[in-house]
Design a protein around this ligand. Structure first.
Ligand code: NAD
Ligand code: TYD
Length: 349
């Protein structure tokens, strides 16, 4: 049981689900959310729990070593769950350096701070680094990523996450910093920023805008309900073996075009539109450079050691997601105003 837990990136998509889970599951622990509130961070994601007595928000940047040291001193953290990152592949293609800064330098700055703060007593401490399956590269039609798959990152995003993973392991081997890592497949669910495939499609279907499918749409991803990821993180934080890596996946592979078509059908039903209305919006557009063909995860290590399994499959999760966006149009309208429009025109026009 950790008494004081630092969650970085807790105002983002996955981070907000992790914060919510930790705040509600562990009322006797203090949960500190450190977030720089970039375009991807939104405190509205946490409105339902932000008055909880065991929750604190600290606005700050993981690149700011002095600020981090002061925070560790103030809260005496015994655990860190590190999620803060630049997370979108398309943005990494147009601005790779931002990804090196936050994902690589930011992670090393945080590792240094934890090492300094904990150097006299590593007992009962844990540094949890949250990473992605994209570090393993791209699969062909067959096979799954295991924890032993060699790293082969192919986008600036995955290269920066791979680099951060290597640094985390280096701090374990060199300084005995008690780390644990996980590499997860694509998440979906509430509070997902509409630059990523699923919320972007939902947002566009709602507005009857074109649905931009990259290339031939045959690219495959393994989708996991975001609350299942948060539960896996909680499980690994408490039960994972120090120095180990755990793969997390949904066992739920979809080709992009099949997923978008399924989404169109569910949205037509929910919006009471004639069948086929949303499918007519599908538009094949220029492919993403270096687009990875397929990601798929073997999560058997996590299942065998800790009994974790995904709780819901895509059709149920997707319906819940679509309903959430339709019931939270204010959230969606808010995050798609302003800077989002500039990003959207640059990326898609
Ligand atoms: P996100 O982009 O929604 O959120 C990132 C959060 O980090 C935002 O709140 C942002 O404000 C904050 N942040 C960014 N730079 C910061 C900085 N320099 N200092 C402090 N805070 C900063 O990302 P997400 O999709 O929630 O992903 C969270 C983590 O999970 C990332 O590390 C990502 O690599 C990993 N991951 C994501 C997925 C996925 O499907 N989204 C899958 C596997 C792993
Ligand atoms: P994304 O949500 O960006 O996640 P990642 O690239 O990290 O897997 O994209 C998921 C898949 O959807 C990926 O194959 C790229 C594709 N895609 C589109 O076809 N159109 C889009 O507008 C976006 C954002 C993604």
């Amino acid at each position: 049981m950790f008494k004081s837990i630092l969650v970085t990136g807790g105002a983002g998509f996955i981070g907000s689900h992790v914060v919510r889970r930790m705040v509600t599951q562990y009322p006797g622990s203090t949960i500190v959310n450190l977030d720089a509130l970039t375009y991807a961070g939104n405190l509205e994601n946490l409105r339902d729990i932000d008055q909880s007595p065991n929750y604190r928000f600290e606005k700050g940047n993981i690149l700011d070593a002095a600020f981090l040291a002061q925070l560790f001193d103030q809260y005496q953290f015994d655990a860190v769950i590190h999620l803060a990152a630049e997370s979108h592949v398309d943005r990494s293609i147009s601005d790779p350096l931002a990804f090196v800064q936050t994902n690589v330098l930011g992670t090393v700055t945080l590792l240094n701070t934890a090492r300094n703060a904990w150097q006299n007593d590593l007992d009962g401490k844990r540094f949890y680094h949250v990473s992605t399956d994209e570090v393993y590269g791209s699969l062909g039609e067959e096979g799954l990523f295991t924890e032993n798959t060699p790293y082969d990152p192919r986008s600036p995003y995955s290269a920066s996450k791979a680099s951060s993973d290597h640094f985390v392991r280096a701090y374990w081997h060199t300084y005995h910093l008690p780390v644990v890592l996980s590499n997860c497949s694509n998440n979906y669910g509430p509070y997902h920023f509409p630059e990523k495939l699923i919320p972007l499609m939902i947002s566009n279907i709602r507005q009857m805008k074109p649905l931009p499918v990259y290339g031939d749409g045959k690219y495959t991803r393994d989708w996991l309900w975001v609350e299942d990821h948060a539960r896996a993180i909680d499980t690994i934080l408490h039960q994972g073996r120090t120095g180990e890596t755990y793969n997390i996946g949904g066992n739920n592979e979809w080709k992009n075009i099949d997923l978008v078509e399924k989404l169109c059908d569910i949205m037509d039903e929910l919006l009471e539109r004639a069948p086929g209305t949303s499918r007519s919006l599908i538009t094949f557009v220029k492919d993403r450079p270096g687009h990875d063909l397929r990601y798929a995860i073997d999560a058997s290590k996590l299942r065998d050691e800790m009994g974790w399994e995904p709780s819901i499959q895509f059709e149920e999760g997707f319906r819940k997601t679509a309903l959430w966006y339709l019931e939270n149009t204010e959230w969606l309208d808010h995050v798609t105003s302003g800077a989002y429009q500039t990003y959207y025109s640059k990326q898609y026009d």
